[in-house]
Design a protein around this ligand. Structure first.
Ligand code: M6R
Length: 607
């Protein structure tokens, strides 16, 4: 949610900043801007729209070796030119980019006004730069100006700040991620690690309350209390550099087809086939914790929440202990009861989702033990939890999550076998699950060889007023995931229901020709799901049926798409793939921006 990139070095800043923005664009794309310092003056270029729009208004060359850049996802203030970052102080001596929300911006606004300064836009961010300007004009150093301003502010921020009269870049973090990249004679700052990988592997993850004062060859870090700290330099994993589009038409296409390989990464070295158990070292789960845990609670938003729902069912099946999934954004506000003996799992691709971060903090505050199930290494959730499992999908850049979903399901499956083996799961059953899980990447590849009549499904869906998605048991969250994908990419209203609930309300929506997508793998619930299918058909609905290869129910669909057979507990790993392809192809057919759907952002870093 909003992307920040900053540079101070010896190279021309403009191309470095624009490339950084391009790689961060998935965090928000309402408007973009850069500010570049050439030693004498700061020039600002900004525009409403995407990085591509910015490139079209930029001069071919902008002198300067230091600058800041921003891609915005609007919170306070409309999508307009004046609300586009960077924002400047009244005298033009400070320029700033901000990610986060300043909760008390109204009272800060009054304070700014009392100094005779008018804000030009409506953003909460602009008040910060004016307050810093007031401090600087009053004789404060840049560091003091930032510290005193942030002392007044309440809310969240990732900030990168340029000063006209000082050869320094100051960054501050509170609740919105910022990572410093250390080069040779140059420094970078970014909201995400992967734009940094093009320049350096040496990074420092800023913590909440930290301030970083960057020059070309030095980095000073202080806490919010002004204490100096020794930054911990981390070496970025190689996988973060492989985030280019390559030959693929879109990141979503690339990421869908990367799933078999991503899945292999997730599983490799983490299963004990002989013992029929998972082996998740990073979970640091003591035997007594696993044996004594009274229940498991899983948390996540959007796609991560649906993966968690599948994990919940697998944990109950394999470990026979109660498991419940919560929507993170609801969790903290409901004053949850936390059992210190229970196991809490925070599921997130980005590791930066504000709602999930809040939930993790609430659990920790009340003495609970929470484990991250996260993709981005070193992300806030991963570091807050300090224990857990990386799902190892590699960078996911399309706003619509695909390979992270299947890897979350795989990681939770491995966790369920590990927990299950300390309890009721037999060695033979554990082995059976692991053997099938190891075959899943290959089965996905074989599905890609023959993905079925996706175009026929698109033809049924593209003009629909709304689409109903149905599934039972493990397929209910898959139906929800399919509905979310189609809705966020093609902007078609979609409703997902457990198939048995359809007759309790959603059936009223059906009329002649209404498309219904039904996920019906060959499990013990298939016959019941088929009853829902017949009820839909009786009302004139057109059925898009996802089923397993060789199943005679294929004839029940107006469009039937077969996926390879797999163990009934692992079907979500395969049944979700055609739903991803359907959403992708429908959006393309309708001329939508597949990787950058409107109003959305990849990491939702505000509550
Ligand atoms: O980074 P996270 O996994 O925590 O993100 C959670 C959701 O914001 C995310 O899954 C969202 O629903 C996706 N756009 C779905 O495709």
């Amino acid at each position: 949610m909003c992307g920040i990139f900053g540079y101070i070095g010896t190279r021309s800043a403009l191309p470095v900043l624009v490339e950084g923005l391009r790689r961060l664009e998935y965090r928000g794309y309402d408007s973009t801007g850069v500010a570049i310092h050439d030693g004498d003056q700061i020039s600002v270029h900004k525009t409403v729209g995407k990085v591509q729009n910015l490139q079209s208004v930029l001069p071919s060359e902008v002198p300067g070796t230091m600058g800041i850049a921003h891609t915005r996802w609007a919170t306070h203030g409309g999508v307009t030119f004046v609300n586009t970052h960077p924002h400047a102080s009244h005298d033009g001596k400070i320029h700033l980019v901000h990610n986060g929300i300043i909760e008390n911006f109204r009272s800060l606004h009054r304070r700014v006004k009392a100094h005779g300064i008018e804000c030009v836009g409506e953003t909460d961010s602009e008040v910060l730069v004016h307050l810093m300007g007031i401090e600087l004009a009053g004789g404060a150093t840049p560091q003091e100006a930032v510290e005193r301003t942030l002392h007044l502010a309440r809310g969240t921020w990732g900030l990168s700040i340029l000063f006209l009269d000082h050869d320094v870049l100051i960054c501050a973090r509170n609740g919105s991620p910022l990572i410093i990249g250390q080069g040779d004679g140059e420094m970078f700052v970014s909201s995400d690690p992967h734009p940094l990988s093009a320049h350096t592997q040496r990074v420092v993850y800023m913590e909440d309350g930290d301030l970083a004062i960057l020059t070309r060859d030095s980095m000073k870090m202080v806490t919010h209390k002004g204490h100096s700290i020794d930054p911990t330099v981390t070496v970025l994993e190689d996988s973060w550099s492989e985030s280019d589009l390559g030959d693929s038409p879109h990141f979503m296409h690339k990421e869908i087809y990367e799933q078999p390989e991503a899945l292999r990464h997730c599983i490799a070295g983490r299963v004990d086939r002989e013992m029929g158990s998972g082996r998740l070292g990073g979970m640091r789960l003591g035997h007594s914790t696993m044996v004594q845990a009274p229940h498991v609670r899983l948390l996540g938003c959007g796609t991560a929440n649906f993966a968690a729902e599948i994990g919940q069912m697998l944990i109950e099946k394999m470990a026979r202990i109660p498991a419940v999934t919560h929507i993170s954004s609801e969790f903290r506000n409901n004053d949850p009861v936390i059992n210190p003996k229970a196991i809490y799992l925070a599921v997130s691709q980005s590791g930066e989702t504000a709602d999930t971060i809040s939930a993790v903090k609430e659990i920790k505050l009340k003495g609970g033990q929470v484990f991250g199930v996260v993709n981005v290494v070193g992300s806030t959730i991963a570091r807050l939890c300090g224990q857990g499992v990386y799902i190892h999908s590699g960078p996911e850049q399309s706003v619509a999550s695909t390979k992270a979903f299947t890897n979350m399901v795989a990681a939770l499956t491995i966790f369920a076998t590990q927990l299950g083996r300390t309890r009721h799961l037999s060695k033979a059953k554990g082995r059976e699950i692991i053997e099938h899980l190891q075959q899943a990447p290959h089965l996905m590849e074989s599905y890609f060889e023959n993905p079925g009549p996706i175009d026929e499904a698109v033809a049924l869906l593209a003009e629909a007023k709304s689409v109903l998605f149905l599934g039972r048991g493990l397929s209910a969250p898959v139906a929800k995931e399919g509905a979310l994908k189609l809705m966020e990419l093609a902007y078609i209203p979609c409703l997902a229901y457990p198939a048995g609930e359809m007759k309790h309300g959603p059936i009223a929506l059906l009329e002649e020709g209404s498309p219904v997508v039904i996920v019906a793998p060959n499990d013990h619930l298939k016959e019941k799901t088929l009853s829902a299918l017949h009820e839909c058909r009786a009302r004139g609905a057109k059925i898009i049926l996802i089923h397993e290869e060789g199943d005679t129910i294929a004839s029940e669909g107006d469009v039937s798409i077969a996926v390879p057979r797999i163990h009934p507990w692992l079907t979500p790993l395969l049944t979700v793939v055609p739903l991803q392809l359907i959403a992708y192809s429908t959006a393309l057919h309708l001329g939508k921006d597949v990787d950058r759907p409107r109003n959305l952002a990849k990491s939702v870093t505000v509550e």
